[in-house]
Structure formats: C-alpha cells, structure tokens
Design a binder for this molecule. Structure first.
Ligand code: GLU
Length: 294
C-alpha cells in the first residue's frame, strides 16, 4: 500500500512553531516511507479566516523547504462532496436535524453537552437547523502510533456532534473525513490537540464506509503557562528569512538530533537529513512539551 500523508492547516493566521511541528512530522514521516505528502487548506470557516493567510502559509512551507505533491486542495471548493456525505448520513439515519440553541440546551440540562432532544423530537422545519451525527453505542478504540492505545465511548446522546452548523457552514469533523478518504490518506500525523477528535472521525468513517487511516499524534508545543501555542495565544509567526533555526528546534522537539554540520545548510538539506535519519520512536509519547525558548 502506498503511504499518503498530508498537512491540513486552517488559514486563521500565518504558520507558527506549533504548526511547523505538524508540517515537519507529517512530511518527514511520509518521505521516510517513500510516501506522497499533500497540502490541504482547510478554509471552511470564512469568519475565522485571516485574509492572505493561505498564501502566507504556502509561502512559509516553500521557504522552509517543503515540497508537496500535486495541487494544493482548498476545502472551500469541496462543498458538493460534503453535501453528498451529509445526504448519505441523513438518509441512513446516522445524522439528524437539530434546532436547539445553546441557551435552550443550557436551560434544559444545565450543561452544554447535547442531550439528544432532537433525535426524539425532530424539529418541525429543517431551515436554520444544525445537523448532528448520532453516535453508536459501544466503544471506539484505535492504536495511536505515538500515544498508544486509546478507548472512547461516544454513545449516550451527549456524544452527538455537529457536522453542519446552523449557519450552513460544514463542520471540520465532516470535511476532514470526506477529504482524507477522497485523497486516499493512509497516515495522519498531527498535533495531540486533535487526539480526542479522532473517535468522532472514526465514527463518521464507519458510517460512510471509508477506510480508517493510521494515526500518530505528536505532542503539542506548550507556552510557558502550559497553554498550547496557537494563533490565539499569539505564537510568533515563522520567520521565512531564517528557516534553519526553527527547523532545527522543531526536529529536536521531535526527539531527532540533527548534527551541527547541518546548521549551515539549506532547509532542503536539513529535511533530506531528517528523512534519512527519521526515528519516530524518539518522539515523546506525551500530549505536550514545553516549547523551546528563543
Ligand atoms: N485544520 C486543522 C487545524 O489546523 C487540522 C486538521 C487535521 O490535521 O486533521 O487545526
């Protein structure tokens, strides 16, 4: 089976050290397995996007020496595929319309966890409704190649999750599963902040008859206060003029030990070294690690 990996950033801002880790680990793992590596821009949520961010992200990837295969895919161009998947889920009763507002839910249950009300009491009209996937009873387990075996229960209606929002936007969970399957992704390497999203994605893959990719969740880089580095916590954008120091720090964060002679090379040389010397077993099996200090 040919290995196909991917990096799937959301264009909510420029790349930062945390996103570099996901790009680097997914790229090097793919190339070390003679695999393909695809880039997919997850531009599903225009209100959260920053103008120009997609262009900036691709420019950073190039400056950092990453070479992707094929055309970059944009999720904004993929709405018909998401609509088809939704229709299938609705027709098979794996999904249902829901018009509960957060406020109603809170008043009814005292919590924001969904109680399955609309599964039993379908809304009279489907307009301005969200669509939720209904979770099957039972356990979902998978073996993460870094974090080890993971077991989850998504059942009891509280697990029913939104796959199309009330405002008509498709949710990440649906789009990611549809595109990973359509692009034939076999291996997903990404940050551990998405580890607990994985069982929902597996649930959708089962409903839609898609193959389950192999998952590897790398530790996320934590800011000194323990928070994940993210655009929201104002992690500094990558400096495209100086890719080498950040690439070296990122490889070290992933437990790899680039030798000093590489410090004067090009990003492409460093990446080639990383592919040849890749030791995924040296990635710490933890959910987060302190980010390197500058
Ligand atoms: N677009 C998601 C993000 O930037 C990542 C999706 C994924 O790797 O599954 O957080």
């Amino acid at each position: 089976m040919q290995y196909i990996g991917r990096f799937a950033p959301s264009p909510t801002g420029p790349l930062h050290f945390g996103s570099l880790l996901a790009a680097l680990a997914s790229y090097v793992d793919a190339r070390a397995h003679q695999g393909r590596w695809l880039v997919r821009i997850e531009d599903l949520d225009p209100p959260r996007e920053q103008p120009g961010a997609s262009r900036q992200i691709l420019a950073s990837l190039e400056a950092f020496g990453f070479e992707w295969d094929g055309e970059v895919r944009f999720q904004s161009q993929r709405h018909p595929a998401y609509r088809d998947a939704l229709q299938r889920l609705l027709a098979q009763r794996h999904a249902y319309y829901c018009d509960c507002s957060r406020k109603q839910l809170l008043e009814r249950t005292g919590s924001s966890r969904y109680d399955g009300y609309c599964l039993l009491n379908p809304p009279l009209s489907e307009s301005s409704c969200a669509i939720r996937a209904h979770c099957e009873a039972g356990e979902i387990h998978f073996e993460d190649s870094i974090q080890g075996p993971r077991r989850y229960r998504l059942d009891d209606c509280s697990g029913d999750f939104v796959i199309r929002r009330r405002d008509g936007l498709y949710a990440y969970q649906l789009a990611v599963v549809v595109d990973d399957a359509d692009q034939g992704i076999t291996h997903i390497v990404r940050g551990s902040d998405l580890l607990d999203e994985t069982p929902r994605q597996i649930q959708l893959q089962r409903y839609l008859g898609f193959a389950e990719p192999r998952y590897s969740h790398i530790p996320v880089a934590a800011a000194p206060d323990g928070q994940k580095l993210s655009k929201q916590t104002f992690a500094a954008p990558l400096d495209n003029k100086q890719p080498l120091p950040a690439l070296i720090q990122a490889l070290e964060f992933l437990g790899q030990a680039p030798d000093a002679s590489l410090h004067d090379g090009t990003p492409g040389e460093l990446l080639s070294w990383a592919v040849v010397h890749w030791q995924p077993a040296r990635i710490a099996p933890t959910l987060s690690k302190p980010a390197p200090l500058d």
